[in-house]
Design a protein around this ligand. Structure first.
Ligand code: MLC
Ligand code: AMP
Length: 503
């Protein structure tokens, strides 16, 4: 094979007239047409001077075109770097600089904000809009619809996905072709995907879940996707009778259950519902079973590792657990300080090793060494337990992380901004239970002596540089933060204090 990722996921469908994407306007896109578009994009990326291994930063709304950029990068041997469309220009600047991306693709409406940044870092800027217009698409349209696939090996890098760190700075997780392919192959088999499947796809495609888990499996199986721009209840309900499978974060499931149009009849054609990225409450699992007869299959993964575990397709899907390690993945529970493996049943740090585990953080060897052991085990930062039957449960986190609607939010990043606001002495950011998002962000501030804080001004100020989904939903002022005898802020106490504000 000249290029395992491209050949396996995309090239196998060359000239295939079967439908790949069903779009909300009722039109469809065949595999052949999708690959022609990707080939033109690959041609243009090469024409502007990008070479194998160069990074392509992409911050565009979800569309077939956006997915075709992923295919184009694979074909041209480039490293695909998708970015959350909610990131502000300030946030995006960091990713462009840190990755040394040669080109940035954005929507037209972001062009003026991003132009100075891209210029500062000596990259090129092109636009690609969800309706297929934009400078990038325009240039590519005049190029041949076939492109000679660039030779690459499984060890070569295919994508960077940035994941925030406990220090507040994001780290670029380097994923090789083998990382992506091995996981897609394991999942396709575990979840029995075939070319008869139609996946209801409403996740964003800038994260592991919607991009690699959902799209790679579909591509590998030669299946179809009902490709929605985002989660929208009406469109989900309209699409479900045509679908066989769905993947979602727990918020998808609670929102569906909150709608009385979501009935057993509506799900008759479905064979599998999969949940992940955040904990699915056992109550949600039970309600879903009662309403539809389907048992949601919960799995566990991360940006750095793709998927690690899954409940079984056949056999008991046990609520509150994330199932068993996938074939080829080793998982152990260790004592955080020493790394020693703990006896079965004890709670400790989850560590994983396998072909799915990433290649390290881009240009951050110390960070890589902190989390990736020399024997290949990755320290996930999740706390887990394995029961007597081998089911893994995630019981907590050893990392200070909030997961809101499936998006990861690192408190440190927000605390650094809050601490810089006028009159703020110090701050603590916590996640508290939220009926829709699972967890929601709350900031607790301590004012400098003699100062009264203007909370609205603070929120509006940090909003200039912080993506909306990371912004605290509420700010509170305390005279001091609770601390333990070592002086460490007791976030647990704060979480308890504010645990019911969104209930
Ligand atoms: C949107 N908003 C959020 C939010 N999403 N706020 C907190 N948390 C979120 N996740 C805000 C918007 O800024 C806006 O604010 C308001 O909520 C409504 O915006 P919206 O765009 O209408 O929201 P909606 O479309 O309803 O989005 C909610 C969602 C979406 C849950 C459907 O966030 C989503 O698709 N999440 C999936 C994330 C995901 O794919 N994670 C996988 C990571 S990979 P305002 O105030 O302006 O109205 C990973 C590995 C693994 O974790 O294991 O999979
Ligand atoms: P990310 O860095 O965005 O890839 O998020 C990965 C994190 O999401 C993991 O480390 C877990 O904390 C969390 N996660 C993913 N799947 C699940 C799940 N099924 N249950 C609980 N937490 C999960």
């Amino acid at each position: 094979m000249t290029n395992p990722l491209y050949d396996t996921l995309f090239g196998q469908h060359d000239q295939r007239s079967a439908i790949f994407l069903q779009l909300p306007d009722g039109t469809t896109l065949t595999y052949a047409k999708f690959l022609e578009m990707a080939a033109q994009y690959a041609g243009y990326l090469t024409e502007v001077g990008l070479n194998a291994g160069d990074r392509v930063a992409v911050q565009i709304e979800k569309s077939p075109q956006a997915l075709a950029v992923y295919a184009a990068c694979a074909q041209a041997g480039l490293v695909f770097l998708p970015l959350n469309t909610a990131y502000t220009a300030d946030e995006t600047a960091y990713f462009v600089e840190n990755s040394g991306s040669g080109i940035v693709l954005c929507d037209d409406f972001k062009r003026s904000d991003l132009a100075p940044i891209v210029k500062r870092f000596d990259a090129q800027l092109e636009t690609l809009n969800a309706d297929g217009s934009g400078s990038f698409a325009q240039h590519a349209a005049s190029l041949p619809t076939a492109f000679e696939t660039v030779t690459r090996s499984e060890a070569d890098l295919a994508a960077f996905l940035y994941t925030s760190g406990t220090t507040g700075r994001s780290k670029g997780a380097m994923l090789s072709q083998a990382n992506l392919l091995s996981n897609a192959q394991a999942l396709r088999e575990e979840w029995r995907f075939t070319s008869d499947d139609v996946l209801l796809h409403a996740l964003p495609i800038f994260h592991t879940h919607g991009l690699f888990v959902a799209s790679n499996i579909t591509l590998l199986a030669g299946a179809q996707m009902i490709f929605l721009p985002k989660f929208d209840l009406d469109q989900m309900i309209a699409g479900m009778p045509r679908a066989t499978t769905m993947m979602g974060v727990p918020t998808f499931y609670t929102r569906l259950l909150g709608d009385e149009r979501f009935t057993q009849d509506l799900t008759n054609h479905m064979r599998l519902f999969i949940s992940g990225s955040a904990p699915l409450l056992p109550e949600t699992h039970a309600q879903f079973k009662d309403r539809t007869g389907h048992r949601i299959l919960e799995r566990y993964g991360m940006t750095e590792t793709n998927m690690n575990t899954s409940n079984p397709y056949d056999g008991e899907r046990r609520a509150g657990t994330v199932g068993f390690p996938l074939p080829g993945v080793e998982l152990k529970i260790t004592e955080s300080q020493t790394g020693a493996t703990l006896p079965q049943g004890e709670i400790g740090e989850i560590e994983v090793r396998g072909p799915n585990v990433f290649q390290g953080y881009w240009q951050m060897p110390e960070k890589t060494a902190e989390e990736l052991r020399s024997d290949g085990f990755f320290i996930t930062g999740d706390l887990g337990q394995i029961d007597a039957d081998g089911y893994v449960s995630i019981v907590g986190r050893n990392k200070d992380l909030i997961i809101s609607g499936g998006y990861n939010i690192y408190p440190k990043e927000i605390e650094l901004l809050l601490d810089d606001q006028e009159g703020v002495l110090e701050s603590a950011v916590i996640g508290v239970p939220h009926a829709d998002f699972g967890e929601s962000v709350v900031g607790v501030l301590v004012a400098m002596p003699g100062t009264t804080l203007d909370l609205e001004a603070i929120l509006s100020n940090i909003g200039k540089s912080l993506a909306r989904f990371k912004q605290p939903q509420k700010l509170f002022v305390l005279s001091e933060l609770p601390r333990n005898s070592m002086g460490k802020v007791q976030k647990k106490a704060l979480r308890e204090q504010y645990s019911t504000i969104f209930q």
